[in-house]
Ligand binder design. Structure first.
Ligand SMILES: *Cc1c(COP(=O)(O)O)cnc(C)c1O
Length: 353
């Protein structure tokens, strides 16, 4: 028997949203963008196909330049990965080794504890408040001399709750300057809370902030895998050092540039998704369902003990959602048709008090 690390065998596998079994089944389990890629984005990828016999440019020059310009930072501040989940892994590997601690809220993005454990560091999961929000006071209390990294997921996956500017400022007063705080903004385009803690704003004001962005959600490039961190040059350089070489393809780089060229068009789609979120949310509220005022492209139903029943009704109606038995269900905002199906399924049930 070959010897393997025991902690790895014990890890829960990252659970992908279920795959639809037929065209009449709606997958609302992975927070994907319901719109197909824009023709201009497809064209850029098709063009790039003629060079897939070559390795991609590891420094991702064109997209680095564009992201740097967009946020008014230097290209030295930007580091890419095959999805922001890879960049999160880089951040952990560059910051925390055996015996070091990484703090995050829980429940939050399920990749955090897996990536921390794989890196050999210790995950410190701090329960959310009763309102399913980050408990930043408890997270500050959890800081020890071994703390190296803290994730703040804003808005939080799967609860859709946000962190305000004032809350994050107060929290950062208690975080030692040598501990990196990563603001994971995978859903930032769907967050219109004017009091929100905007990652890039905090990056400019504090030396120990890194911002994590992705092209998977609002830009609709989940299948091509591209995410990035904006961080201090020393941190960004270390992210490049630990990155898997050539993980970011030229196809992904070109599609991202084409997406930044099409921000106005993509913005209209984001507006439509947000309008649907408002409609879905209002209907759920009218039906008496407890759910968070989501700042992201999904809603979080606090179904508690009723979770399995609700999920069964959704499945029966051809809606695949992400359920955590005993806790709640996360349902992505999809096409109008998919959202209608979701609401129709919910209308067949009564919330238990
Ligand atoms: C979806 C998501 C990501 C992004 O994943 P990619 O690897 O960029 O596709 C990152 N963080 C959170 C919280 C997410 O929900």
């Amino acid at each position: 028997m070959v010897r393997q690390r025991e902690v790895i065998a014990e890890l829960p596998a990252y659970k992908q949203g279920a795959t639809p079994s037929s065209a009449d089944v709606f997958k609302l389990s992975s927070n994907e963008n319901p719109f197909p890629p824009l023709p201009s984005v497809v064209a850029s990828v098709v063009e790039a196909l003629s060079t897939i016999h070559l390795y991609p440019a590891m420094s991702a020059p064109a997209i680095s330049q564009r992201v740097a310009e967009k946020f008014g930072v230097d290209v030295d501040n930007v580091a890419f990965g095959a999805g922001s989940v890879e960049v999160a892994a880089q951040l952990i590997q560059a910051s925390a080794g055996t015996g070091d601690e990484v703090i995050f809220a829980w429940r939050s993005f399920e990749a955090y504890p897996i990536l921390v454990t794989v890196a050999g560091a210790t995950p410190i999961a701090v329960p959310l408040t009763a309102d399913d929000a980050h408990d930043l006071d408890a997270m500050a209390d959890a800081i020890t001399p071994r703390t190296r990294l803290i994730f703040v997921c804003n808005p939080n996956n799967p609860t859709g709750t946000g962190v305000t500017r004032a809350e994050l400022e107060r929290f950062l007063e208690r975080v030692p300057a040598d501990v990196l705080v990563v603001i994971d903004e995978a859903y930032v385009h769907f967050n219109r809370d004017e009091n929100t803690a905007e990652g890039i704003d905090f990056f400019r004001r504090y030396p120990n902030i890194a911002v994590l962005h992705t092209f998977s959600k609002a830009y609709g490039l989940a299948g091509l895998r591209l995410g990035y961190a904006i961080a201090q040059p020393t941190v960004a350089a270390n992210l490049r050092r630990v990155a898997v070489p050539f993980a970011v393809t030229d196809l992904a780089q070109r599609a991202a540039v084409a997406s930044l060229d099409a921000e106005a068009e993509l913005g209209e789609r984001i507006d439509q998704i947000m309008a649907e979120r408002g409609r879905v949310s209002a209907e759920l509220a009218a039906g008496g369902w407890k759910h968070s005022d989501s700042l992201a492209n999904f809603v979080w139903l606090r179904t508690g003990a009723q979770t399995d029943d609700v999920n069964a009704a959704l499945t029966e109606h051809g809606v695949l959602a992400r359920a955590w038995p005993g806790e709640g269900i996360r349902v992505s905002i999809g096409s109008t048709e998919a959202n209608n199906r979701f609401l129709a399924a919910m209308a067949t049930l009564q919330p238990t008090p």
